[in-house]
Design a protein around this ligand. Sequence first.
Ligand code: 4AD
Ligand code: MG
Length: 466
Amino acid sequence: MNKAVRIVDIFRQESTFQGTDVMVHGWVRTRRDSKAGVSFVELNDGSCLKNLQVVLERDRPETATLADRLTTGSAVQIRGILIPSPGKGQSIELLARDIVLFGWADPARYPLQKKRHSFEFLRTIGHLRPRTNTLGAVARIRNRLSFAIHTFFQQEGFFYIHTPIITTSDCEGAGEVFRVTTLDPTRAGPALDEGVFQEDFFQKPTFLTVSGQLQAEIYALALGKVYTFGPTFRAENSNTSRHLAEFWMIEPEMAFADLNDDLALAQRLMHFVVSDLLETASDDLQFFARFVEPSLLDSLETVAQQPFEVITYSEAVDLLKKADEAFAFPVEWGADLQSEHERYLTEKKFRKPVAVIDFPRDLKPFYMRVNDDGKTVAAMDVLVPRVGEIIGGSQREERREVLLEQMRRKGISPEAYAWYVELREFGSAPHCGFGLGLERLVQFVTGLGNIREVIPFPRTPGHADF
Ligand code: 4AD
Ligand code: MG
């Protein structure tokens, strides 16, 4: 069974395969029966967007009966010879000689018939939706992006480290954490004070991580350059097209580096992964350009080549105030930039990625380095067209006293983060890093408007299916 060739390999080396005997596996996308006694099957094995055309002679009663059973969604094994195709739309086709039908799909019940289905509907059939062109292409693109991200960091001398999924810290300090406990919520217990956790698995409150950054800092201050790439959890009750409760984040962290190095790294990373995708995934990208976002390839070329526009938060506020736009949220120095503001800057004002730096310290978490003005921190948010914020990062506060003052201001107990403070006592060094959301990146490169379509099994408020 394992001698089958992947359809993508046939298309990549058509001339080598011409005239040879092959075996393929896959799922029937469609079948058309001609009056001349031939059936044409479009076979897809998930290895690429394109289907392989399979030609079946219905010359005997048995072959005609079998051909009739090859309904949309059926799983088959087909042996045959690859021949030049006389038909339009493909240059090679498989003349079938031997067919095994592994699993028939009842056309009365199989939901993926040949027509366009809404993304909302496809979400309800998460067990079947990867067999669609869109979700298949997303899965291949996620795979390639992940590979390119690892390749990039490995080439740049970063070490891949594994930070914990169960943590006791709330890195972003936003309180949007999922609690991890083995306590039985249905059992009436003592009030939720510290005492109750004595009976809990870890004997203290624990959560799913919202970011691996704090632990990555530990390793950066030992190995120099490190990165994490793992699942991240946020109990944000925001039902938007850009937020998930479970998403994947890439977090590089480097010692002996400042915000300028951080910006340069983010820019090199974006250039690398987008260029790699343009080179290796052109069929899937063209599919998205055709059916989802007509400007897609142009905007990817821009990101692959152009430097980011870098502006300070204060400059951004000035530009937004002067903009001839009716924003729903007012723009004031000290207020957070809303999605509409981010999109104005990157889509209308600059038409390319924009890095906004030096945010007011009160808007950002405790770990960001305080600038000399005392009012802002060395933060950076990278904004891209159609998505808005794709990267958030900063230079970290490496000065113990300033860090303690930041913690006081934000009501964070230095005792709870004693190890983090201690890193500023033993060989502290300037360091920085950022987080890139994988799903936001996939949204950007596919043009898909809703983040629920770019992860296999989306988790959002009220939804944890499959
Ligand atoms: O800006 P954020 O919250 O930054 C951090 O977590 C830092 N600790 C990262 C660091 O410096 N190491 O998140 C970083 C990125 C965002 O820019 C966005 O791309 C993505 O993570 N992100 C989300 N993606 C999907 N759903 C959510 N709920 C997300 N929250 C953040
Ligand atoms: Mg952010």
